[in-house]
Design a protein around this ligand. Structure first.
Ligand code: AMP
Ligand code: MN
Ligand code: MN
Length: 332
């Protein structure tokens, strides 16, 4: 498959690269690394992400190349879709991309990957999509530079939770070490990604911690971030990134859920609002299966889904689920 993908990419004049909405460090890192690399080969590339780039990632070299709109999809010979378990993760242009661009290449590491696209580089054992992209760049013989290395390093650093999550593998360390030899400065990257929060973000942390509830059996924690909390602290949805890890760190908690109210709901007026639910597990429960039941997906240890409902109903639904954490959700 790698050979065919390289053939397809090198014979394409114009390539669209896209990653998932509300991008994380891996979605942005893998997008930039692939884009810069293919451009070095002389390909014409367009880097696309539907959502704004979170402030903490705006230091990445060439990040300004990522655009929120693409004009004419007919111009592209190939589309490279990165860090997306399914095509819809790309956002509103997903259907058009599939209908218009002749070849879609799926590069991803989610266990729930739907195997979309004509060509696929899907490896669920990869710590990040950026790891797979590193392998692709190596296989294509493209020369690494500091910009590409910084993008790959950031993707791996953030998707492994700074080498703490269960997806942390040998490749994570090996590649990041190589990226350092290419000029990556870990403390510089960390100072942007983890050390440049607004005061509002810290205040949001306070509200989010205060919202944590625990199920009777102690196996489930629920954290809530509402639009009201964002407004009160003058923060954006991106500022809720990583908060769920606090809910997961509690002793005896097997699954942590963050119920995050989205802005495209109908605000506080109606009963039904739109929420994204992030799930994290301690390794004993496969949360990707739970997320898939609700139309989402992800990894065994980190997954998510979105739904329209009321906060009370979603909480009840998640609490009901926690009764079974000792039984059918267990990983073998
Ligand atoms: P999050 O819920 O945004 O914290 O994401 C946790 C993991 O699940 C990430 O790897 C996401 O890419 C994945 N994920 C989140 N939402 C979805 C969804 N609706 N469909 C598929 N994968 C998702
Ligand atoms: Mn991602
Ligand atoms: Mn990823």
């Amino acid at each position: 498959m790698m050979k065919k993908i390289i053939q397809q990419l090198t014979s394409s004049n114009c390539i669209l690269l896209a990653s998932h909405t509300n991008p994380d460090g891996d979605a942005i890192g893998s997008l930039l690394a692939t884009g810069i690399s293919l451009e070095k080969l002389g390909c014409q590339v367009v880097l696309y992400n539907e959502s704004p780039i979170p402030a903490v990632y705006r230091f990445l070299p060439s990040v300004e190349r990522i655009q929120k709109e693409v004009k004419d999809l007919l111009n592209f010979d190939s589309a490279v879709i990165l860090d997306c378990g399914n095509m819809d993760r790309v956002g509103s242009i997903a259907k058009q991309v599939e209908a218009t661009i002749p070849v879609v290449i799926n590069i991803d590491h989610h266990t729930t990957n739907t195997q979309f696209g004509q060509y696929r580089l899907v490896d669920v054992d990869a710590c990040a999509t950026s790891e797979i992209v590193y392998r692709l760049i190596q296989a294509m013989g493209i020369e690494m530079d500091e910009a590409i290395a910084t993008a790959i390093y950031t993707g791996i650093l953030t998707d492994t939770g700074s080498f703490r999550f269960s997806n942390t593998n040998q490749a994570a360390f090996a590649i990041c070490e190589t990226m350092m030899t290419m000029g990556v400065n870990p403390s510089m990257v960390a100072s942007h990604v983890y050390g440049a929060y607004s005061l509002g973000r810290i205040k949001l942390l306070n509200l989010a911690l205060d919202s944590i509830e625990i199920s009777n059996n102690g196996h489930l924690s629920i954290m809530t971030v509402t639009r009201e909390m964002l407004a009160k602290t003058d923060t954006l949805a991106e500022d809720a990134d990583g908060l769920i890890n606090y809910a997961r760190r509690i002793r005896d908690v097997k699954v942590a859920a963050l119920i995050h109210e989205l802005e495209n709901g109908n605000g506080g007026s109606g009963k039904s609002r739109r929420f994204h639910v992030s799930l994290r597990s301690d390794g004993s429960v496969d949360v990707s299966r739970i997320a898939m039941n609700f139309g989402g997906g992800g990894h065994a240890g980190a997954a998510g889904f979105s739904m329209e409902s009321s906060l009370t109903k979603i909480k009840q639904m998640i609490y009901d689920m926690s009764d079974s954490f000792g039984e059918q959700c267990h990983l073998s």
